[in-house]
Design a protein around this ligand. Structure first.
Ligand code: TYD
Ligand code: ZN
Length: 406
């Protein structure tokens, strides 16, 4: 039994993926012996509905000086955040001198839209090297971890915010109560919070088990988010499903009673009931689905290898670390992983040590198959890889089912 980070109730694990390295811990060959491993396991709390990691590595091990994730590398994501920013701008349009804050502002992919529109903004980004890029691009950024104490300091210096935004950040923070309390402190009485993260409903429905890794301490649902914010005098007033990360949910939150609750919230709550997100047996079934998905993927890769065909991994994503380690995929089955991020190139994938190489290797010498680790960017990738497919290249996917495309 474990103690729930949200309601302090007790809960049990429903799946363990075994020993896992840090998902974004791409490493050099000299570092192979020093790699850190922890047991990746997840549980469901029946009281508040939160799905969460049992253990999480120290956050300094995950987000540090050399943290390799820069949001702006994807053009699709740039467009996504531009549209997200426009939605917020609509909400604050009537206000005089509005103030927008973002928690986990990365390289400024979202806030640049406010900077351009000359709207007062502030980003909080704990990774110093990523924050530096944002500051160099003219985006007001503080490089610290956000919590209640920082919220008080910001309130004293800048005042309260009309809108608080976060994308793919909230689910990373084990001490989330302190963040939500910080929001309560900083949010104007009529302000809104909009945040989005991978959605538990999609993860369960499509067996997206690669969304489970060290950084994602929580997998949110409308039920668990409603419980969490309810503890801090706030409520969900709208929900807007997103296609990002294989399925995300954008939650719109306000102080209790401040705004009308949309019918979409009620409909989504009903959908979660139909999916059985409140029932322990749903997670037992998920575990079976995960095991089947693993067995099928490994079999497919082995069959292709037997035929003497080449497989290259497409995109060295963090989430591929769960796939590679849980399925035991090494360079025996996947020759190398192609990735466009310079600081990942020349390194090796965490745990199973598949080489990561520059995209040109792929482009100049197509394999027969590409294992699509970045399925969440498949639209963008399919558009870009017409030539690969025209030359007979095929995609291996495991989402929502293991199979070959193209
Ligand atoms: P992302 O979806 O952000 O994955 P995660 O959150 O799991 O890390 O994937 C980003 C990675 O994918 C990044 O390393 C760049 C790489 N990538 C490519 O190599 N080529 C592409 O065309 C795209 C879209 C991404
Ligand atoms: Zn709980």
């Amino acid at each position: 039994m474990h103690q729930c980070r949200i309601c302090k109730g007790s809960y049990e694990s429903f799946i363990s993926f075994g020993k896992m390295p840090i998902a974004n811990g791409f490493l050099r060959s000299e570092e192979f012996g020093k790699e850190y491993f922890f047991e990746l396991a997840t549980g469901f709390c029946p009281k508040c509905g939160m799905v969460q990691l049992i253990d999480q590595p120290n956050r300094d091990m995950m987000f540090h000086e050399n943290y390799a994730f820069f949001s702006s590398t994807s053009s699709f994501m740039k467009q996504h955040f531009k549209e997200f920013a426009e939605l917020i701008m609509q909400d604050i349009r009537q206000k005089s001198h509005p103030f927008v804050m973002e928690i986990g502002s990365n390289d400024g992919i979202m806030l640049q839209n406010f900077a351009k529109a000359k709207i007062r903004h502030l980003g909080i980004e704990p990774s110093a090297n990523v924050a530096k890029v944002a500051i160099e691009n003219g985006i007001d950024t503080i490089s610290e971890f956000f919590d209640e104490q920082l919220a008080e300091k910001i309130k004293a210096k800048y005042g309260q915010a009309d809108a608080i935004v976060a994308a793919n950040v909230m689910c990373h923070i084990p001490t989330i109560h302190s963040v939500v309390e910080g929001y309560r402190i900083l949010l104007k009485p009529d302000g809104i919070i909009m945040f989005e993260d991978p959605y538990l409903g999609d993860i369960i429905e499509n067996t997206l088990y690669d969304q489970i890794y060290d950084e994602h301490v929580f997998l949110f649902s409308v039920a668990s988010i409603g419980y969490l914010f309810g503890e801090h005098g706030m409520e969900i007033v709208d929900v807007i499903p997103q296609t990002t990360h294989g399925g995300s949910m954008r939650y719109v939150i306000a102080h209790k009673g401040a705004r009308k609750i949309s019918q979409r919230v009620i409909d989504q709550q009903e959908k979660e009931k139909q999916l059985g997100l409140h029932l322990p047996q749903t997670y037992m079934q998920f575990r079976k689905n995960v095991e089947n998905s693993r067995d099928e993927l490994v079999q497919l890769l082995k069959d292709i290898k037997k035929q003497g065909k080449r497989v290259v991994g497409y995109a060295a994503t963090s989430k591929s670390t769960t796939i590679n380690n849980y399925c035991g995929i090494t360079s025996e089955l996947v020759e190398y992983i192609s990735d466009t991020t310079p600081i990942k190139q020349g390194k090796f994938s965490p745990g199973t040590h598949i080489p990561v190489k520059a995209y040109e290797n792929f482009k100049n010498n197509y394999p027969e198959y590409a294992l699509l680790y970045a399925y969440n960017h498949s639209k963008e990738i399919m558009a870009k890889e017409q030539d690969f497919m025209a030359k007979g290249g095929k995609w291996i996917t495991y989402v929502p089912k293991v199979g070959v495309l193209g």
